[in-house]
Design a protein around this ligand. Structure first.
Ligand SMILES: *[C@@H]1O[C@H](CO)[C@@H](O)[C@H](O)[C@H]1NC(C)=O
Ligand SMILES: *[C@@H]1O[C@H](CO)[C@@H](O)[C@H](O)[C@H]1NC(C)=O
Length: 609
């Protein structure tokens, strides 16, 4: 067993001890109930492990591991025409680092997420099959976590399943350890890409691209199926953290105790504090926290922009079109990956830890049970986005075989390694789960301009003449370091030169060539025609177009580590009555104390079909 695996288990042990210490506070009756529960968990665990070993043994007997059987992994989908899909090479698992230091004073942090017995040594039993719809297995309903605090029966099941997971041997594919390490494997570059045409050693990663939503849908799905299997309940469904509703914004109470608790969280963000979806890391001063009602309003306004107005096209919501090999590399997160995804990860994590562990860094995030509720909600928001933007059933966001045939590997509830393809992720209904419907208050949270548009126009003209007045340069070419706000005038390309199809063209602001010093987190906000002071600027203003958020450990190991951020601005320009202007003013407002480590190459406008 790798030393890092031992190290990872220490927190689980601490939690267990913590739980045991709390036990005597209950009544004698509860105490015995609890003891019996633990005993029954332990015995079911023993049966399970035995079963797994036996199964593994028999597969090995039937198909002795040989070099010929391992080639089975790498056949490519035929008929894709325009090249090979994106997939990991399971034979290439290697220790990786979370923070890659540029300078000697920053500590490199090696993480080894590889299983002790590599996945590449196991046969792929099959391609993923959807569960067959039958009356015996009704649709599993994922419910909002904040409404489950009184459902004792459900909480007992969920806690029991997690407890069994935590007690499995770390090497078992269903163990809590291995379940958490999946995130590390696929997000810190522990695998290289399996791509015959690509140069060797190009890391495989699923963040900041169009793979983000499909990958995490499968991850949460298999985790849920395994939890159900461990307690023999085929109807088990994970809850979701409904932070897009005011009542659901604090960390749900059910994640504050028992097996669902995690010690490594920011103490000042525990309930009843509402989540800050516009969270800026490094805001250590408690007095900075806005009142709850204001934070709630900010969250809803931000969600409107990131879910609706700024994300009218698939690429804007889901991320850039990543292709295999160094040449196909891209790094551009969708609006929802910047926030709520990244921002909520950072908000939950413990800021006193090196990388805001657990939730605030990719390699450790899934050690916190709250991870799965966070990602269940993102999965739900993907489904909501599809509904809002007219993608029904199996209609894909990108009709592109290279995306549709990209694949990953997961252990299913039977501990078989299965291959899953992006095309299977599209139609959520086929997985046999659904989300309990809740109100979407952010749909009505379309912000208002900070000042009347006519006044804003006069103010901008006056500023244009006054170069001392913080208008830094009237060019859209950087590079700039974001030590302070960068304001630039960006010319809009004439729309008439673009051939319009059936779909409406979206005007897109592209912040190009964003680079962040390795091992640093970073955040900046993007505003259009901002006339108020930076300190008064917030997502509650119509001028807010989006944000860029990077976690510390999310260092791109592709193409010089540069990224783009794209946000849709058509509706903003309409509301600001700037739709006819030749140019717009764009402000990149650094947030938090690390912006001097962030550089941007330029800003431009493109039209997206
Ligand atoms: C996977 O990695 C192994 C070991 O580096 C290599 O021999 C094999 O060619 C790779 N396969 C693909 C399809 O990239
Ligand atoms: C950024 O600012 C911090 C604090 O002011 C300073 O310690 C650090 O050296 C600066 N980094 C760069 C790259 O200028």
């Amino acid at each position: 067993m790798a030393t890092s695996s031992v190290w990872c288990f220490v927190p689980f042990f601490v939690v267990l001890v913590f739980v045991l210490i709390l036990l005597p506070q209950g009544s004698q009756h509860q105490h015995h109930g609890r003891r019996n529960q633990i005993l029954s968990q332990l015995s079911s665990k023993a049966i399970l492990v035995e079963g797994w070993l036996r199964d593994k043994q028999s597969t090995t007997d039937a198909e002795p591991a040989s070099s010929s059987s391992s080639t089975e992994y790498y056949y490519y989908m035929s008929g894709s025409g325009n090249g090979i899909p994106f997939s990991p090479n399971l034979s290439t698992c290697h220790p990786t680092s979370s923070q890659i230091p540029d300078s000697p004073h920053k500590k490199s942090h090696e993480v080894n997420c590889c299983p002790a017995s590599p996945d590449s040594g196991e046969p792929i039993v099959r391609d993923f099959q959807f569960p067959s719809p039958s009356s015996a297995s009704p649709v599993r309903i994922r419910r909002p976590a904040h409404r489950l605090a009184l459902d004792r029966e459900y909480l007992a099941k969920y806690n029991k399943a997690v407890a069994i997971m935590k007690r499995l041997p770390p090497d078992h594919p269903h163990s809590w350890h291995r379940q958490a390490q999946i995130h590390c494997l696929y997000c810190n570059g522990a695998y290289y890409q399996a791509a015959a045409a690509a140069a060797a050693d190009v890391p495989f990663m699923v963040h900041e691209s169009w793979l983000f939503f499909p990958f995490h849908r499968f991850y949460v799905y298999f985790h849920e199926r395994i939890l159900g299997k461990l307690i023999g309940d085929d109807t088990f469904a994970l809850p979701y953290w409904n932070y897009d509703s005011p009542d659901g914004m604090p960390i749900p109470d059910i994640y504050m105790k028992g097996e669902l608790h995690d010690m490594k969280r920011a103490t000042r963000h525990l309930p009843p504090a509402p989540v800050a979806i516009d969270y800026t890391p490094d805001k250590l001063d408690l007095s900075d926290e806005p009142p709850a009602a204001e934070q709630t309003a900010t969250n809803l306004a931000l969600l409107y922009q990131h879910m609706v107005s700024g994300a009218s096209k698939p690429e804007l919501f889901m991320g850039c079109k990543l292709r295999p090999g160094e040449d196909g590399a891209c790094s551009g997160m969708g609006t929802a990956e910047a926030a709520p995804h990244n921002s909520v990860h950072l908000w939950v994590g413990d800021a006193s830890m090196l990388e805001y562990e657990d939730m605030g860094t990719l390699y450790a995030a899934a050690r916190d049970p709250l991870f799965f509720a966070h990602h269940a909600n993102l999965d739900r928001l993907w489904a909501v986005w599809r509904r809002l933007h007219g993608y029904r059933g199996s209609r894909p966001e990108f009709d592109d075989p290279q995306w549709l045939d990209s694949h990953f590997y997961f252990h299913d509830e039977n501990a078989d390694l299965v291959r899953v393809r992006v095309r299977d992720a599209i139609d959520m209904d086929r997985f046999g789960y659904a989300y309990e419907e809740v109100d979407l208050p952010w749909l009505d949270a379309r912000p208002k301009p900070s000042v009347a548009p006519e006044l804003a126009r006069d103010l901008l003209r006056a500023k244009e003449k006054d170069y001392d007045n913080m208008l830094r340069m009237a060019t859209n070419k950087g590079p700039w370091t974001l030590e302070e706000t960068v304001r630039v005038q960006v010319t809009r390309p004439p729309k008439s030169t673009i051939k319009a199809g059936q779909e409406e063209l979206e005007e897109v602001l592209v912040v190009e060539g964003i680079s962040v010093e390795k091992g640093m987190h970073a955040k900046f906000d993007i505003y259009v025609n901002l006339v108020v002071d930076d300190t008064a600027a917030s997502p509650k203003l119509r001028e807010y177009a989006g944000c860029f958020v990077k976690m510390k450990g999310a260092d791109v190991a592709m193409k010089g580590g540069s990224r783009n951020m794209k946000v849709g601005i058509s509706e903003i320009l309409e509301d600001l009555q700037a739709g006819e202007d030749e140019s717009i003013w764009v402000s990149l407002v650094p947030r938090g104390g690390t912006a001097n480590a962030t550089r941007v190459d330029g800003i431009r406008i493109e039209y997206m079909q």
